[in-house]
Ligand binder design. Sequence first.
Ligand SMILES: [Zn+2]
Length: 470
Amino acid sequence: MFGQRLRHARRARGLTLAELGERVGRAPSVLSLIENGRREPKLSLIEALAAALSVPVAELLRRQPPNRRAQLEIALEEAQQDPVYRELGLPHLRVGARVPSDVIEHLLALYGELRKQRAKPTATPEEARAANAGLRAMMRERGNYFPEIEKEAAADLATAGYAGGALSQGMLLSVVSQHGFTVRYVRDLPRSVRSVTDQRNRRIYLKQESIGMHTPRTILLQTLGHFVLGHSAPADFADFLRQRVEANYFAAAVLVPEQQATAFLREAAEARSLSVEDLRDVFSVSYEMAAHRFTNLATHHLGLPCHFVKNDESGIIYKAYENDGVVFPADATGAIEGQRMCRQWSGRQVFSADDRFSPYYQYSDTPSGTYWCAAFVDQSRERGFAITLGVPFEHSRWFRGRDTLVRRFSACPDGECCQRPPADLAARWEGQVWPSARAHSYILSALPTGSFPGVDEADVFTFLERHENE
Ligand SMILES: [Zn+2]
C-alpha cells in the first residue's frame, strides 16, 4: 500500500522517479522497487520522501488505497498537458464530478494508445547523424565525464563490498541483485537483441557468449544501467542514443571503477607509463572499453584532453570522441560516423604495422596541431577494427610509447593529402573504372520502426512466453 500511495503522491506533483530520486538522494530504480512493493523503505527514507513531496508521513502510511477516482482525474489532467495530446487541438476538458469514471478510463486508454503510436523512435539517416553530432557535442562539453553515473556505480560497488581489481562474477551478480533483478543465461535469445528483461518478474535473460566486443558481463551491466538510471521507453532517436551512451557508461563505471582506476592512472602517469593496455589488463575488460573509459577519466582527473576513434580497415569511422581539438572528417551536418579518415592517421596506419599484437604509436602532424596516438587492432575481439587513443603533443610525455620515431604528416581535409588520387594515376585511370561499392549503410541507415529500434518484438514476446514459467 505504501508504494501505491507514494506513486500517487509523486504523480500528483508531476514528478518523475528520477526527479524524486534526486530530491531524496536515491536511485530511481530503488524508488521504483519501493513503488512496486518489492522493497520496504526505512523510516528515515519515508520521512525524506514525505518531506520531498510535502505530505505528512501519516498520509503516506495510510492503509487505504488512494482514491481511484482521484487517480483517474489526475491522470487525465496530466494527459491533457502532454504535447502529443495538445497537438490534437481539442478544447481542454474540465473533469468535473459529473464526468463518469468509465468515460475517463476510456479517454485514458485512447491517450495511452496515442502515446504508443507516437513514441516509436525512427530516424532517417540525416536525423540519426544529427542526433549523433548533438550527443558528441554534449559529451565534449563535459569532458565525457558523467558524475551522477559514477556516483551510482560507486554506491553499487560499495554495497557489494568491492575492494579493487577486476570485478568477480559474484560481485557482478551482487550489483544486479541489489536492484531486484536475477540473471538467466539462455541459448535461444532472439537474434535481434543482446538481452531481454522481463520487468514483470525482474529477470534479465542473456547468452553466455560475447556479441561483437561485448562480453556477457558488459551486456548484463548495460542492461541493468537502463533501470538503475531510470530510463523509460525512448521518446525519439536522440533519446535512444543518449540512453545507450548512459547505459554503456554505467557498465564501464562498474567494471572500471572511478576511484581505483583513477588511482591506477595517476600512478602510471607519475611513472610516465600511461597506457590503455595496462588499464585493460588490470580491470580485465576489452581494449575498446579501456580506451573509452580512459576518455571518461583523463580530462576530469588528470587534466588530459584526448580523442578516441574506432574505425574499420578502410578508414570508415564508427565511433569518435574528442575534446583536444583534433578535427575529424565530417559531412555537412557535422556527422563523423561513416566518414573516411585520413590515410596518414594511426587508425589506418596500424593495419599495415608489422607487430599486430602490441599498440602502434605515432606522432601525427595535422592542420590543428601535432598529436601523439596509440592505435590497436584487438585480435581477440573485433579484428576488423582499430581503436585509437590520442593526445596533443605536449601531453605525450606521460605515456608509454612516446619515444616512437614514427611521424606522419596529414593535410586532410585538403583533398591533395590523400582523398584525391595522385594526378598521374588519375590521368591513367579516370573513366576506365566501374567499382561496385561495398555499402556502409548499416552504420546509420534508416532504422526499422518499433519501440526499440531494430528489435523484433514478435521474437521477443514469443521468447518470454517460452521462459516465463521456467
Ligand atoms: Zn589525408
